[in-house]
Design a protein around this ligand. Sequence first.
Ligand SMILES: Nc1ncnc2c1ncn2[C@@H]1O[C@H](COP(=O)(O)OP(=O)(O)OP(=O)(O)O)[C@@H](O)[C@H]1O
Ligand SMILES: [Mg+2]
Length: 504
Amino acid sequence: MTADGAHNDAQPEEPVATADGTVRPSAAVSSPPAIGESSGIDIALADLQGLEEVVDREALRDICHSFFDLFNLSVRVFGADGTLLADAHEDAEIHAYLRTVPSARVALAKDVDAVQRLVPRKEEARHTEITGAVYDVVPLVYQGRPVGRFVVGPYLPAEMREVPAALLALGDLDRERVRDLLTAMPRVREPTAKRIRAHLRRVVDLLLFASHRAHLTSEMHVASVRASYRELAEKTAKLQSAYDRLRELDRLKSNFLATVSHELRTPLTSIIGYSEMLETGIAGELNAEQKDFVATIHGKGDQLLQLISSLLDLSKLEQGVMTLHRERVDPGELLAEVAKTMVPAAHRKSIVLETHREEGLPLVDADPVRLRQVLFNLAENAVKFTPEGGSVRFRAETTELEPEGGDTLGAVLMAAPERAIALSIEDTGIGMPPTELARIFDAFYQVDSSSTREHGGTGLGLSIVKRLIDAHGGSVRVESEPGAGTRFTVLLPETGSDIGVGGT
Ligand SMILES: Nc1ncnc2c1ncn2[C@@H]1O[C@H](COP(=O)(O)OP(=O)(O)OP(=O)(O)O)[C@@H](O)[C@H]1O
Ligand SMILES: [Mg+2]
C-alpha cells in the first residue's frame, strides 16, 4: 500500500501537491541540495541520514498533538535510528483490560513488538493486533532515502463488525466487556484513514524540508565563519613572519651601528688628541691660519665624537643592553646644574635663563649621568631653537599624573592619582606644528630638513631622551605652538621604579 499516489518520495520525479494546494515538482520539496548547489557548499553537508538529525522536535510534537486532537488517533514519529521523536497517544481502555488477563497480555506484547519491528523502506505497512485494531506504519522518505517513520493507531477499521475470533479464543475474557470496550475505540473508514495519513505525511515532509533548510543555512554560516577564520589565521601567520624578519633586520642594523661606531671612536680620539696637542703648540708654534685649521679639525672631531656617542647610546637602548646605575638623585639640583651649563650658549644669543625649583622636592631613583644627558639634550634644543633675545625656563615640581585612559569617570574613581616629579624646560622659540609632535622622537627625524644646516645636529637627541626616560619608567610630554615656543616635560615616578633596561 502506498501513502499517497500523488506524493511518493520514492519517485521524486512526480509532481507534488503542497500544503497550500499548489503543485510543484517533487524535487523542489525533496531536494534542498539546490541551496547547496547554488552556494557551492560541500554537497555531503546536504546528505541527511535521519529525521532525528535536523527536525525541529518541538514543532513535530505540536503537529502530532494537534493531529491527535483533530482525529482522536494516536501517532508516534520515529527517526531512522529508531529514536521516538514525538508521541501523542491515549491508552485504549481495551488494552488496560486485556493486560489484566495473562494470555491476552502476552498476545498484546507480541503485537507491540511486531509494530516496533515493522520498518518499511518505501511502502506503507500495516499490523493488525489481536483486538482487530490496526497500526499503520508510514515510511518517511527524503531525497530518495528513508529517514524515519510514523505510526498511526491503534484504531479499528470502520468496516470491522465482529469481535475477532482469535481474541475470543484466548478465553478467560468477559465477552460483554470486550465488546463494549471495542465499541469505545476510535473507528475510521479506510479512505479517511488514507487521507489522514497522506495529510500527516505531507505536513511532516514540509516540516522536515524547513528544518533541513534551516540546518543547511546554519551549517553554511558555520562553514563560512570557519573559512574566514582560516584566512585570518593565515594572514596573521604571514604578518608574524614579516614582523620577525623586520625585528631580525632591526637587530642586525643595531649591531652594525654599534660595531661601526665603536670602531670609529678609537681613531677619532687620536685625531682630537693630536689636534689639541697641535693647538697648544707642543709640536711647534703655528701661524694664525694653521691655528684656525687645527681648531676646525678639533671642533669637527668633537662633533663627530658626540654623534658617535649618540649612535652607540641609541643602539644600546634599542638592543636593551644599556645599564642604568640608579641612585637617589635630587632632580631640582640636577636641573639647576644643567641650566648653569647652558649659560655661555644662552649668553651668546642673549637668551634669558630662569630656574624655578619647588621647595622640598623628593628624591628620585635614577641614573644621574643619564638623567643629566636627557635634560642637557632638551636644554640644548631649547637654546638652539630659540632666536636671539628669547627666554628659557627650567622648572622642577611635583605633579599628579592622570590615570591611564583618565577621561572615563570609572577609571578616575578607581585609580588613586599618582604623584610624579615634573622637570620641564620651556622656551619662547620657533615652536613646532602639532602634526610634527608625534614624530620628533623618531631617530634622525628633524622637523625642518634645513635644520641641520642652520642649527647643526642629526635628529638623534630626542630619540635617546625618550628611550632613556622610558627605561627609567617615566614619560616625556611635549606642548608646542609654532612661533610661540615649546615645553618639554619629563615625568618621573616619585618612588623610583625598578624597571630598567638591562638591569640597574
Ligand atoms: N625646543 C624645540 N623647539 C623647536 N623645535 C624643536 C625643539 N626641540 C626639538 N625640536 C625639533 O625636533 C627635532 C628633533 O630634535 P632632536 O633633539 O632629536 O634632534 P636635533 O636637535 O636636530 O639633533 P641632535 O639632538 O641629534 O643634535 C629638531 O630637529 C627640531 O626640528
Ligand atoms: Mg637635539
